[in-house]
Design a protein around this ligand. Sequence first.
Ligand code: S3P
Length: 174
Amino acid sequence: MTLHENKPIILAGMMGTGKSHIGKLLAERLSLPFYDSDKVIEERGGLTIPEIFELYGEARFRESETKTIIELLGQGACVIATGGGALTNDAVLEAVKAQSHSIWLHADLETLMERLSQSKNRPLLQNDNPKAILEDLLEKRESLYAQMDIAINTGAGNADAVLNEIVDKLGNLK
Ligand code: S3P
């Protein structure tokens, strides 16, 4: 696969679509460095994402997320997994569109619920009705994710099939 320019590859999409898992495997497959924006934020701040939400609130988290992703976009060729809400910030959306090969990972709601039902580290879902929250977030965000260069369903095939599809579609990008 030969990609034009020295652009990073961005993975965007809802919580539970496999951005971190697939991102790591994709980076290995392409021999590129891998960054997970949530992990970078946690390591730098010495706090977990739930702790950041609890101590400082979502708005402060979004500020760190924006700064971190814009900085990572300057790293040249690499793979970056973003948090599910990253594109809700206009600056991130525009930078991702202008500076990266962008991939939207998606899966149906039932699959997301199965993958997320035990998760304690998604502060937005620590609620009586996480499914309704997820549905609402997806409705608000779908038009943002749809602006990515490539869309891939991670709900059907195994990781290998997903990787093959990504590599294939990246190869067809102009
Ligand atoms: C969020 C998704 C999380 C994390 C934070 C907020 C969101 O990342 O950034 O809990 O707003 O959808 P993942 O998509 O990796 O779970």
